[in-house]
Design a protein around this ligand. Structure first.
Ligand SMILES: CC(C)(COP(=O)(O)OP(=O)(O)OC[C@H]1O[C@@H](n2cnc3c(N)ncnc32)[C@H](O)[C@@H]1OP(=O)(O)O)[C@@H](O)C(=O)NCCC(=O)NCCS
Length: 338
C-alpha cells in the first residue's frame, strides 16, 4: 500500500482587493449587512492580466518549489475549477503547458466548490493503487468574471484565487485516510450559470436577461450547507476509525462564517480547531480549501503528523470531505509543541 503524502503547497491570490464599502457605492448593500450575514470583509479580484490558467500555474509553481520537484517530475496534473479560460480546451492542458510539464497527463474536474476535495481524493487513488507517484492538484477560480455586479445576492459573496498541493507516493501512513463524496442533482437550479453551457446558449435575449451570470437561491443553499457540512465531517471522521477529538484542524470551505460556525458547533469542535479566512477572500469556490490549507500552514497551525479534515459543499448540489494526515517528516512543517 502506498500513501499520498502532501509534500508541497502554494497559493496565488490577486493583489487587487475590494472592500465591502466598494459594493455599497455600486448596489443596495452595506458593510454591516455583509459582515453580519457572511463574515466577509474583503475579497481579492483578478486583474485583467490574470486568467484562470495563469493563477493556477502560479499556485502550482509555488507548490512544486515547496516540494522540491521540477515540472518534469510530475505524473499527472488535476485542476478543479468552474471558471476555466474556455469551455474547451480543458484549462488543465493550458496549465500543463505554462508549467512546462512536457506532455504530462492533465485533466480538469468541474465539481463546483468541493472540486479541490474531489480532486485530492482522486489523486490519492492513483497513488494508493501504485499507478502514479507525483501528482499536482490545483483548485482555482476566476469567478468574479461570472458575477452580475448588479445582483446583491451574489456579487458580494465571491472572490478569485488559486491553491495547489503536491501529492507524492510514500510508505508511511498519511494522505487521505477516508473520504465522503456526495451529490444531490435535484437541487441543480439553486446555484446555476444558466447561459454558461450548451442547454441555453448565450443569445442576445438571454444575455439581456442577465443569464450569462451566476444565479443563486442563497436561502436554500444556506439550509443545505448548514446540514450537510457537519454531517460530512462527522461521517468522514468515523470512516477513518477516529473520533472528532482526534482531529487537529478542520479546514472547511470558506463560503460563510455562520455556516462554518454552525458546522463546528454541531461537530463539537472548538474555534482553535477550525480554520477561517472567509473575511479576507470571500468564497473562492474550488480554490477556497487549498488557499485555507496554505494559510493554516503559514499561520503555524498545521504540524507534522497532524490529522486534518477538509470539507466543502457547493453547486450541483455537491459535497465532499476527507480526513488527511500530514507526513511525519515534511520539510516546512513544524513539530507539534515546538
Ligand atoms: C446569501 C446569504 C448570505 C443571505 O443571508 P440570509 O441571512 O440567508 O438572508 P436572506 O436570504 O434571509 O435575505 C434577507 C434579505 O437580504 C437581502 N439581501 C441579499 N443580499 C444582500 C446584500 N448583499 N445586501 C443587503 N441585503 C441583501 C435579500 O434580498 C433579502 O431581502 P428580502 O427579505 O427583502 O427579500 C445566505 O443565505 C448564504 O450565505 N447562503 C449560502 C450561500 C453560499 O454559500 N453560496 C455558495 C455556495 S458554494
Amino acid at each position: 500500500m502506498r500513501y499520498g503524502k502532501i509534500t508541497g503547497w502554494g497559493k496565488y491570490v490577486p493583489e487587487k482587493v475590494m472592500n465591502n464599502a466598494d459594493f455599497a457605492a455600486l448596489i443596495d448593500t452595506s458593510d454591516d449587512w455583509i459582515v453580519q450575514r457572511t463574515g466577509i470583509r474583503r475579497r481579492h479580484v483578478a486583474a485583467e492580466t490574470d486568467q484562470c490558467s495563469t493563477m493556477a500555474t502560479e499556485a502550482g509553481k509555488r507548490a512544486l518549489a515547496q516540494a522540491g520537484l521540477a515540472p518534469a517530475d510530475l505524473d499527472l496534473i488535476i485542476v478543479a475549477t468552474s471558471s476555466p479560460d474556455f469551455m474547451t480546451p480543458p484549462v488543465s492542458s493550458q496549465v500543463q503547458a505554462q508549467l512546462g510539464a512536457h506532455h504530462v497527463g492533465a485533466f480538469t474536474m468541474s465539481v463546483a466548490c468541493p472540486g479541490f476535495v474531489y480532486a485530492l481524493i482522486t489523486a490519492n487513488q492513483f497513488i494508493a493503487s501504485g499507478a502514479l507517484r507525483n501528482i499536482l492538484v490545483i483548485g482555482v477560480e476566476l469567478i468574479t468574471r461570472m458575477l452580475d455586479w448588479e445582483d446583491r445576492n451574489t456579487a458580494v459573496l465571491f472572490g478569485d484565487g488559486a491553491g495547489a498541493v503536491v501529492l507524492q507516493a510514500a510508505d508511511e501512513v498519511c494522505g487521505v485516510r477516508s473520504f465522503v463524496m456526495g451529490s444531490d442533482g435535484e437541487g441543480y437550479e439553486h446555484i446555476i450559470h444558466p447561459s454558461g453551457g450548451t442547454a441555453c446558449p448565450p443569445t442576445a435575449e438571454r444575455l439581456a436577461n442577465r443569464e450569462g451570470y451566476i444565479k443563486m437561491n442563497g436561502r436554500e443553499v444556506f439550509k443545505f450547507a448548514s446540514r450537510k457540512m457537519p454531517e460530512a465531517v462527522i461521517e468522514v471522521v468515523h470512516k477513518a476509525g477516529l473520533t472528532l477529538d482526534d482531529l487537529d484542524l478542520l479546514i472547511p470551505h470558506q463560503a460563510n462564517a455562520r455556516i462554518i460556525e454552525a458546522a463546528a458547533h454541531m461537530a463539537k469542535l472548538p474555534p482553535e480547531k477550525v480554520f477561517m479566512n472567509v473575511h479576507e477572500y470571500g468564497n473562492t469556490s474550488a480554490a477556497s480549501v487549498p488557499i485555507a490549507f496554505c494559510e493554516a500552514i503559514e499561520a503555524g497551525r498545521v504540524h507534522r503528523g497532524d490529522v486534518l479534515c477538509m470539507v466543502a459543499f457547493g453547486a450541483g448540489l455537491t459535497w465532499a470531505s476527507a480526513v488527511v494526515q500530514m507526513g511525519k517528516d515534511v520539510p516546512g512543517l513544524p513539530e507539534r509543541g515546538s
